[in-house]
Structure formats: structure tokens, C-alpha cells
Design a protein around this ligand. Sequence first.
Ligand SMILES: [Zn+2]
Length: 252
Amino acid sequence: MNSGLLRVELVPIFEDNYVFVLIDEDQGQAVVVDPGDAEPVLRFLKDRNIQLSGVLLTHHHNDHVGGVKAVARSFNAPIFAPLKNKNQIPYATTYVQEGDTLNVGRFSFSVFELPGHTLGHVAYWCAEKKWLFSGDVVFGLGCGRLFEGTYDQMYGSLQRIKALPEETLIYCTHEYTEANLQFCKMLSSLDDSPITGDDEDLEMYENELTNRRGLDLPSVPLKLFIEKKVNPFLLARSVQQFAYLRDLRNKQ
Ligand SMILES: [Zn+2]
């Protein structure tokens, strides 16, 4: 199957969230991930005359699910949500868990359970395109806060992301990269920091980031092979190192 006409568009909502719209040009259909707000997403679809074939939810936080009902209702589209969030997302039409495979329109996804930020958090992996829709697990140069899960769980979730193919593109929900860059610089200035990426890699990252943000372009999607070199939370070599970093970041 020629998948050249499948692409992802970002719809910014709120202060720093992105809703992802996966578009199948041939069919004029799309899959939407984490519509925290309905109006910008509905407008986006209407302006392009695109039909909705389904909505994927990564976790129950309101900035990810707030617009779901209105968006799905407009198209009578199915809503996929984590089984472990059944109580928080009772209006989903299909609940998903580790190992499930979903076919939504022409897109196919595997479900990974990635606990830590929340207990029920899932990511959707599109193997054909090497796209990961990872909600609030990993960010540019950072990772999600631990609201429900343990350090162990989050560290394990990040290891799973690290093990994906090098060319993976990570579609994370927040534009936090610039703030996280400041944390990385602080970290590399510490004498006793146990986590050290290469300063030159970080400098290159900063240059590209400054260029993109200067042109009002998103830093998302992230390139996994680059994040693996510079993201301290992916560089952590043990749960202890990860916990140290997460605690330090929380104090900022
Ligand atoms: Zn969240």
C-alpha cells in the first residue's frame, strides 16, 4: 500500500498543547489524537473538508480529552481510550490495552501501556510510518511529571521509547522544549551531575530549536535518535539517576 499520502498536522490549542490530526489525503479522512479543545479541531477539519474516522486518547487529563465528545459527536466517530481510564473516560467507545492493534481508517496502531505520568497512560505506535503518539510521557529534552505513577514505572516507559527504531518521530503533546533546554544547560553546568550528554550535541540542538521557534515552527515531532543523545531523562542509566533528575526538574 502506498502510504505516501499519509501525514500529520499539528493544531495548537491552549497555551502549549498540540492536537495531532493524521490525514489520509486519498480518502479525505483523519484520525485525531488528544483533542483537549473541540472548536479549533472542528474548524481545521471543516476548512479542509476532512471526515473524522476516529479519536485516540492517551490519558484522562482534561487538556487531552476536553473536546473529545464534541469532536466525535460531529462525525459519529469512535473514541479509543485506555482501558485503565474507563472510569475517567466513560464515554469512549473502545477501550485499549497493551498489545492491542487498532485499524482506524487506513491507519494501523499498536498500543503501548506507558505508566508514570498517569497509571493508565498509553501511546499509539504507527509502525508503518514510525510515528509515536506519546501524550505526556516524553517531551523535547524532558519528560512528564509523575502525577500517579512511580519512578520505576516512568523509567520503564522511557526505556520502551528508547528501544523503538532510530528514525522514530515522537509526537508529544506539549511545546516544553525551550523551558527544558534551560534545565539541560543548568544540568551541564553542575560539577557533580551524573548525567552528561555531549555539550556539542546540545549546542546543535539549541541552534535548531532557536531557528524553528524563531520562525514560529513547533519543535514537535521530536527525532528519537537525537533525543537519545541529549534528553537527560533518556540518558539516565538507572531508576536512581532518573529519580534524581525528575526531583531536580520539579524544583525549577
Ligand atoms: Zn497529562
